[in-house]
Design a protein around this ligand. Structure first.
Ligand code: APR
Length: 226
């Protein structure tokens, strides 16, 4: 079975009403990364960090998977589809994708600040200051902050190395090490980039640019693959 590795960013969830980061009107215009998404931010002002991610969680819980998430889940009926996402939302999973690897964490999970093995599924939108794990340390969002290691990177490289088709959707490819995955795509692998404002220029005989939104672009991809 042909293996399709799909590498997604914020753009795949934009049509579900979740803001991207670096587009005009994106989240990083409203907040400073160093105030809300770093280990130092957490030390300096944990309540602000919790508020920021509580708002993200609330938004994700209200959002629904869009046509792109759904079409990618459908694709798994014909191909071996591995999703590798930079997104912290659970919209790929809710659309029905079974193989989803999150590089930057998962908003619907909390973990202990002291023991990284203690990870909990959240049922509500809120982590409060004072909410503790079973070992009595404060819970934090299960998110990879800027300056932290990306534990799933190794698994992502292993999956990418096995790809027959590699599809990049809705990412500006600005954030490393995640963006480095593209450099690990095997030489003869077909590469697609679906994005209405692509930020990187790929070249080569195996490259296909689909300059469209995720929902329209994935539809076109499916037609090309079939
Ligand atoms: N469909 C597809 N792509 C879209 C759409 C859409 N409807 N709308 C916008 N885009 C594209 C933009 O053109 C842009 O290239 O999505 C991309 C979003 O880029 P970023 O905002 O930089 O998001 P992303 O690349 O996912 O960011 C990477 O940065 O702050 C961190 O941890 C955060 O995982 C995130 C990482």
């Amino acid at each position: 079975m042909k293996k399709i590795v799909v590498f997604t960013g914020a753009g795949v969830s934009a049509e579900s009403g979740i803001k991207t980061f670096r587009d005009s009107g994106g989240l990083w215009e409203e907040y400073r990364i160093e105030d809300v998404a770093t280990p130092t931010a957490w030390l300096n002002n944990p309540k602000l960090v919790l508020d920021f991610y509580n708002a993200r969680r609330k938004q994700v819980m209200e959002a629904q998977p869009n046509a792109a998430h759904i079409a990618l889940a459908e694709l798994a009926k014909k191909y071996d589809v591995q999703i590798i996402t930079q997104n912290i939302d659970d919209l790929h999973e809710r659309a029905g994708s079974k193989k989803v690897l999150h590089l930057h964490g998962e908003i619907m999970k909390a973990r202990s600040t002291k023991n990284t093995d203690l990870v909990y599924n959240l049922k509500t939108w809120e982590i409060r200051f004072g909410d503790k794990c079973e070992e009595e340390s404060q819970l934090r969002p299960h998110i990879v902050w800027f300056g932290e290691a990306v534990p799933n990177m190794e698994k992502a490289y292993l999956q990418t190395a096995k790809a027959d088709v590699f599809v990049v959707i809705g990412t500006s490819l600005n954030v490393y090490p995640a963006a480095d995955l593209v450099a690990a795509v095997p030489e003869n692998c077909e590469l697609y980039y679906i994005d209405p404002s692509p930020n990187v220029k790929f070249e080569g005989p195996h490259f296909n640019l689909i300059k469209k939104t995720a929902s329209e672009g994935v539809q076109e991809l499916v037609k090309k693959l079939m």
